[in-house]
Design a protein around this ligand. Structure first.
Ligand code: PEP
Length: 257
């Protein structure tokens, strides 16, 4: 089971340290449950230091650029992310795609750079409301997955995690039903198998997960974890999401590296 917190553009270094202290009072490590924090880039080092005593916690960046170094103002390379303490990166989050215009070709280059440089990629896919209403959900997630992973050796993707995040559910308070999410997860699992990706690669659900719906979603064997935005910003609320996930039984795939 993986429970990943996407802090988006919240939480500076001081808030990160305060959060980590309170979080460690509230949540004990548990075998087979991995917690991942994606703070803003300026707080990655603070998070890595503050959670250094927690073997169950990984720190990630919210985005990464594929070039190794150079004149790319505002960008973070894989090596810079690792130097700050990150071991994971989000790729293709819907806000990167829809607010910043990230293309599927960009996600492909980022996956390759992350895998080659030793950052675990969490590839996000998901349809907009218009695409869902037009019956295009499966075609959209399939196109996003294939474009990001095409031509990448399966052996390079051993640490891949995928997050199904319907765009209409992110930050809206409207989550996919467990049945709808489980259906798309089965579709993704089939597509990943076709690409030779190991069956243990986790598939997370993201989109308005909170303490009230986490247990039902995570009780589905197709759902190996959650990627959570709003409900991960307060340690008390985040601890409740984790407690609900624990109560769901952790039926999903191993959390991997
Ligand atoms: C996200 O940022 O990936 C996300 C799922 O946000 P929220 O939980 O707020 O919908």
């Amino acid at each position: 089971m993986i429970l990943a917190a996407n802090w988006k553009m919240h939480m500076g270094p001081d808030e990160t340290r305060r959060f980590a202290k309170r979080f460690s009072e509230l949540v004990d490590p548990k075998p087979d449950r991995q917690i991942v924090f994606f703070p803003p880039a300026v707080s990655v080092e603070a998070a890595a230091t503050a959670f250094a005593g927690r073997p169950d916690v990984r720190i990630g960046v919210q985005d990464v650029y594929w070039e190794p170094k150079g004149a790319f103002t505002g960008a973070t390379s894989v090596a810079l992310a690792r130097a700050a303490g990150a071991t994971v990166t989000l790729i293709g989050h819907s806000e990167r795609r829809h607010v910043f215009g990230e293309t599927v070709e960009d996600t492909h280059q980022k996956v390759v750079a992350a895998c080659e440089g030793g950052l675990r990629p969490f590839l996000c896919v998901g349809e907009t409301l218009a695409q869902r209403e037009a019956g295009e959900t499966e075609a959209v997630v399939s196109a996003q997955l294939h474009a990001a992973l095409r031509g990448v050796r399966a052996s390079l993707l051993v640490d891949l995690a995928v997050a199904y995040e319907p765009v209409w559910a992110i930050g809206t308070g409207r989550n996919a039903t467990p049945d709808d999410a489980a259906h798309v997860h089965r579709v993704l699992r089939g597509l990943m198998a076709g690409l030779g990706i190991v069956e243990s690669a986790p598939i997370l659900y993201g989109g308005s997960v909170n303490p009230g719906n986490a247990r039902q979603l995570l009780a589905r064997p197709e759902i190996d974890g959650a990627l959570v935005g709003g409900a991960s910003l307060d340690p008390e609320v985040w601890a409740k999401v984790i407690a609900e996930a624990d109560a769901a039984g952790g039926a999903g795939a191993p959390s991997g590296a």
